[in-house]
Design a protein around this ligand. Structure first.
Ligand SMILES: Cc1ncc(COP(=O)(O)O)c(C=O)c1O
Length: 372
């Protein structure tokens, strides 16, 4: 593992590049804005920790009122629990018996929940939970329009019945999450996709009640859909993740009126290592930032970032912008925050801004690489 790129008290200029840097003032405003939103709407806030993979951040979210966090992977649950997080929902399907055994073997004071969309998944989960001698909350996932995991709404009741047939499993409600809809750029098209997801959730809830059961909670909404799902009156819990950092992709969405605004808080610090007549080259390529949602944008400068490969980024000026000098720092806003975080061992938290701030903390990315 790489040594931490900075020490507490270092000036920003001393952070070794490339490094993942959190601008704490913006980050804390983001945390607060979502916490206030959820509190005002009376919604459970269960932020998705797949974004930051960091127990310290999860605990900060919970200290501001989050009921717990979501993760996608058992390995993430284990890493965050080891870091002190005591309420974790695996908002994803897990089928492998050894993984389910690892999850169920977490300390009994960790409140656990998981999503299911198959009878096989339920049976294997029940076996793991029975061996561990614990209880687990189970959400039946429906396909809310994404065509990924989740059953059709009409099947939700039968699956909920399967859940309660097992002593260690408690039917906690439905998960109805549509990730793709959140990145539709226009407000109207985003609204249409989310309204469709809400209608599917309503149909699934009806299937559960027709099967003779109550549906305690409907969960599932991210940074691009939490407003609409909260307004629907159908969902009781939102799961936004990216709002803490706000990547360049989310910034391309047209902002919904009256939605809380979130600011970029995650940056890759890079340094110019070569400078030529018409371009400069920084030491951050796609081993420093994920490019699945587009290349990074350059913060505060009229510069285009061009893919220079694994270890390089090429910068070209727009208009009359000057090229940065050799050795100069250039701050990049990653296209997609979650997979970018997964490329780094540390998050360097800076107070006082990117120009002239000071390193206040260095947090490990506890669940880095936990794809298991
Ligand atoms: C089930 C689930 N909930 C919530 C989220 C959080 O979404 P976002 O990071 O866009 O806020 C994700 C992200 O992939 C997810 O898979």
């Amino acid at each position: 593992m790489r040594a931490a790129p900075a020490r507490i008290g270092d000036p920003v200029g001393a952070i070794d590049s490339p490094a993942l840097v959190i601008e704490l003032d913006a980050f804390e405003r983001n945390l607060q804005a979502m916490a206030v939103f959820a509190r005002t709407c009376g919604m459970h806030l269960r932020p998705h920790a797949k974004t930051h993979k960091c127990a310290t951040i999860a605990l900060q979210q919970m200290a501001r009122g989050a009921v717990g966090v979501c993760v996608q992977k058992v390995g993430e649950a284990l890493a965050l629990a080891a870091g002190g997080v005591r309420d974790v929902f695996v908002s994803n399907e897990v089928i492998a018996a050894p993984k389910l055994a690892r999850l169920a073997a977490l300390p009994i004071d960790v409140r656990l929940a998981i999503a299911v969309d198959s009878v096989v998944g339920i049976e294997r989960l029940a076996a793991a939970v029975q061996t561990a001698g614990r209880q687990i909350d189970v959400f039946v996932e429906i396909d809310a329009g994404q065509g990924r995991c989740g059953v059709a709404p009409a099947e939700a009741g039968a699956l909920a019945r399967q859940v309660v047939a097992h002593a260690g499993l408690r039917f906690a409600g439905l998960q109805a999450y549509h990730g793709g809809a959140q990145h539709l750029r226009g407000v109207a098209e985003r609204e249409a996709a989310i309204h469709h997801a809400v209608a599917l959730a309503v149909a699934a809830r009806a299937a559960v009640t027709s099967a003779g059961m109550a549906c305690p909670l409907i969960t599932g909404a991210g940074s691009g859909s939490f407003m609409l799902k909260a307004a629907s009156g159908v969902y009781g819990e939102i799961q936004p993740g990216s709002y803490v950092f706000m990547d360049a992709d989310y910034a391309r969405n047209a902002a919904a009126p009256h939605a809380p605004r979130f600011a970029h808080a995650l940056f890759v610090k890079s340094q110019v290592v070569a400078r030529h007549l018409a371009h400069a080259v920084v030491d951050a390529g796609h081993k420093s930032h994920a490019i699945d949602s587009g290349l990074p944008t350059v913060w505060g400068r009229e510069l285009d970032f061009i893919n220079g490969g694994d270890e390089h980024g090429v910068l070209r000026p727009r208009g009359s912008e000057a090229l940065p000098a050799l050795g100069e720092t250039v701050w990049l806003v990653p296209g997609h925050c979650d997979p970018t975080v997964n490329l780094h061992d540390h998050l360097v938290a800076v107070r006082g801004g990117l120009d002239g701030g000071v390193v206040e903390a260095v947090w490990p990315v506890d669940a880095r690489g936990r794809l298991d």
